[in-house]
Ligand binder design. Structure first.
Ligand code: HEC
Ligand code: HEC
Ligand code: HEC
Ligand code: HEC
Ligand code: HEC
Ligand code: HEC
Ligand code: HEC
Ligand code: HEC
Ligand code: HEC
Length: 425
């Protein structure tokens, strides 16, 4: 009997401690069995539950089961994963790389579903992805290529506007470069691995990566976000023209458009390069050693003549601008106000900038029309400068005449006073 009472007491104590212990442990629990159990696991199995707090999906109230399926209400208390990983609750498990695009776009290509969250978010990622080189090769079972998770990450996916996102503008070159600059990974494809290095030292790369100027293109501006393919040779002008619209329009109407297509030459890239676009200069045109025109046009050809004529026009504009500038400076040093001349000079300088774009017509006649407006404008500045210098000259001549006159008068007065003051003889 005594022994039995002791057992009852012990049982009672055990029960009590269990009742106290359960609420204490429950403080760390979320009530989502997936998170609660996975947090207690190790390594790869725990990581998803640990890194989810910043994820856009988690923040919009989407949890493990929304992607993976399963029942988030069972399994943890019972200590049995199978109750959570339940086929009755559309359990999908962890997708293989080849299945990830469909796994993600079950939602992202579902217009009605996505509208509930964000009507302005694009829903064409799958369509675009499938048309990309990445998508084509993944469909053939090649798991080296990029799929959704290679570019966006997983279990910590950030909005593309978050500066920490791997696809935020300034991070894109490194994200693409992680594979494209990896010699071992790229070996089977006989593709160059220099895109990131060349891009980083190009005008575009320096502008974006070193100066933080978001107007410069990252890899995706020329290749597309999801449809990553090299722009076809005949659509390069359009890819560049997204930003350089004037150059595109002129090029498309130029004799080079058709000629380059026939010779299978890249539109803008034949003259400027693609990943290694560098700063341009007037040395590029004309018939001098560094001119690119003479790479294709020989003496006697229309192209050669045009290159020489256009360079001569450019030089005339630059020379008259330099003379006009010098005139204004001399007038200013003499103290004459040439404010209006400065304004006109700026206008004429803008024409020079415009002319460097207008080269892309590769038509000396229409090019000359542009440079002529600059030359006329600079001519007006010359007139203003000359008038100012004439003014200055008049003032100087005036002074040259008046000073001796004043001296003469002063001398005469002095003479007079001396005569009045001197005692009478
Ligand atoms: C009781 C603990 C427990 C619960 C609850 C649990 N899991 Fe798991 N989970 C595991 C363990 C252990 C593994 C590794 C062994 C396995 O695959 O079953 C695992 C594996 C996984 C995997 C990888 C499977 C694969 O195919 O490689 C995913 C994904 C996963 N769990 C998601 C979930 C989701 C979603 C929930 C909630 C609906 C959930 N888990 C609930 C313990 C749990
Ligand atoms: C936005 C969709 C999404 C959400 C939400 C999500 N996962 Fe995953 N999870 C994936 C994808 C995709 C993979 C496969 C990743 C890969 O192969 O690189 C994966 C893989 C896993 C794996 C296998 C890890 C491995 O390296 O083998 C586990 C375990 C897992 N998820 C658990 C969870 C848990 C737990 C949660 C909730 C805390 C969760 N996931 C939330 C998409 C998601
Ligand atoms: C090669 C890299 C890459 C792959 C693969 C990729 N994305 Fe993207 N994703 C990007 C880039 C880059 C952006 C745009 C960033 C910007 O707009 O500045 C983006 C944007 C997005 C956006 C925001 C809306 C939009 O379309 O602009 C969503 C959603 C998205 N991706 C989902 C996906 C899904 C789903 C997949 C798989 C089918 C996928 N992505 C595959 C690079 C990638
Ligand atoms: C259960 C549905 C669902 C699944 C599956 C899903 N997403 Fe999402 N995703 C959403 C919703 C909803 C949003 C939030 C939209 C918002 O609020 O702007 C979102 C947002 C995003 C964004 C942020 C877009 C932005 O605003 O910049 C990216 C990137 C993204 N998802 C990528 C993925 C990737 C990659 C996968 C697969 C691993 C995936 N998603 C799977 C529903 C889903
Ligand atoms: C996970 C690795 C990986 C990532 C990340 C990745 N790529 Fe790729 N990409 C590849 C592989 C592998 C190929 C296949 C090579 C081929 O085309 O034969 C490829 C092919 C391409 C091609 C086609 C090249 C050709 O001429 O066949 C382009 C263009 C491209 N990627 C651009 C990008 C851009 C832009 C990004 C970033 C937004 C990116 N890639 C991110 C691995 C990756
Ligand atoms: C200013 C536009 C532009 C930018 C920025 C750009 N590319 Fe390209 N890329 C091109 C063009 C144009 C081609 C096609 C060249 C040809 O076929 O003559 C190309 C070709 C490629 C190819 C095919 C192989 C090769 O090298 O020719 C890959 C891969 C590639 N780019 C990846 C990238 C990556 C990665 C980045 C970012 C680090 C990037 N590109 C940035 C315009 C660009
Ligand atoms: C996303 C916008 C964008 C795209 C796409 C783009 N560029 Fe640019 N590019 C810029 C910006 C911004 C600058 C720097 C400002 C400037 O000089 O116009 C620049 C500068 C240049 C320069 C140097 C101009 C100078 O001052 O000497 C050249 C040449 C050039 N780009 C050619 C190209 C070519 C060729 C392509 C296509 C293969 C291209 N760009 C695509 C935005 C772009
Ligand atoms: C990659 C080769 C290449 C380069 C570089 C090149 N051209 Fe051409 N150009 C051609 C071809 C091919 C044609 C068409 C055949 C022809 O008329 O010579 C052409 C035609 C022309 C024409 C029309 C000629 C006519 O018959 O009416 C002019 C003008 C011209 N180019 C000017 C220039 C100038 C100026 C430059 C330097 C800025 C230049 N080209 C650089 C290949 C080139
Ligand atoms: C036949 C050679 C040739 C082709 C093709 C060509 N360019 Fe140029 N580009 C030049 C020359 C020459 C200059 C230098 C002008 C100067 O500084 O005197 C130049 C200058 C530029 C500049 C700097 C001047 C400015 O307009 O701001 C940009 C940007 C540019 N090119 C973009 C492009 C784009 C985009 C394309 C394709 C639509 C293209 N170019 C096609 C020869 C070419």
């Amino acid at each position: 009997m005594r022994c039995g009472t002791l057992t009852y007491h012990l049982l009672f104590l055990l029960l009590l401690s269990a009742l106290v212990a359960v609420p204490a442990a429950a403080q760390d629990e979320t009530g989502n069995s997936c998170i609660d159990c996975h947090t207690d696991l190790d390594g790869k199995l725990a990581a998803p539950a640990m890194t989810m707090t910043e994820d856009v999906h988690y923040r919009r109230g989407l949890f493990c089961q929304d992607c993976h399926g399963g029942n988030p209400e069972r399994g943890f208390a019972e200590g049995d994963p199978e109750l959570a990983h339940s086929r009755r609750y559309d359990w999908r498990g962890a997708p293989k790389a080849i299945d990830i695009p469909e796994f993600c776009t079950r939602c992202h290509a579902n217009v009605n579903y996505m509208k509930q969250y964000n009507p302005s978010l694009r829903v064409d990622q799958l369509l675009e992805y499938r048309s990309s080189r990445h998508g084509e090769l993944l469909a053939e079972g090649d798991e080296n290529v990029a799929q959704c998770v290679s570019c966006h990450g997983v279990h910590g996916i950030l909005s593309v506007s978050d500066s920490r996102s791997p696809v935020h503008r300034a991070n894109i070159p490194a994200t693409c470069g992680a594979c494209h600059a990896d010699k071992a990974l790229m070996k089977p494809y006989s593709l160059p691995t220099d895109q990131l290095a060349k891009y980083s030292s190009s005008v575009h790369g320096v502008l974006l990566l070193e100066r933080g100027d978001a107007a410069a293109p990252a890899c995706n501006d020329c290749h597309g976000n999801h449809g990553a393919t090299p722009p076809g040779l005949n659509s390069i002008a359009n890819a560049c023209g997204e930003c350089h619209a004037l150059n595109r329009d002129l090029f498309n109407k130029s004799p080079h458009k058709k000629a380059f297509a026939e010779m299978e030459l890249g539109e803008c890239t034949t003259c400027h390069g693609h990943h290694d676009v560098t700063k341009t200069g007037d040395f590029m045109i004309g018939t001098g050693d560094k001119s690119i025109c003479i790479d294709c046009h020989e003496d006697g050809e229309a192209g050669f003549e045009a290159a020489g004529a256009m360079k001569a026009q450019l030089d005339s504009l630059k020379n008259i601008l330099a003379s006009a500038e010098e005139l204004l400076e001399r007038a200013e040093q003499g103290g004459v106000d040439v404010e209006s001349g400065r304004f006109d000079l700026q206008q004429a300088r803008n024409v020079l900038i415009k002319a460097r774009g207008a080269i892309h017509s590769f038509d000396p006649e229409s090019f000359t029309k542009v440079t002529e407006t600059g030359i006329t404008e600079a001519g007006i500045v010359m007139e203003i400068g000359e008038a100012a210098l004439h003014d200055l000259w008049l003032r100087q001549v005036g002074l040259a005449i008046t000073i001796p006159l004043i001296l003469l008068v002063a001398l005469a007065l002095y003479w007079k006073i001396r005569r009045i003051e001197s005692p009478k003889h």
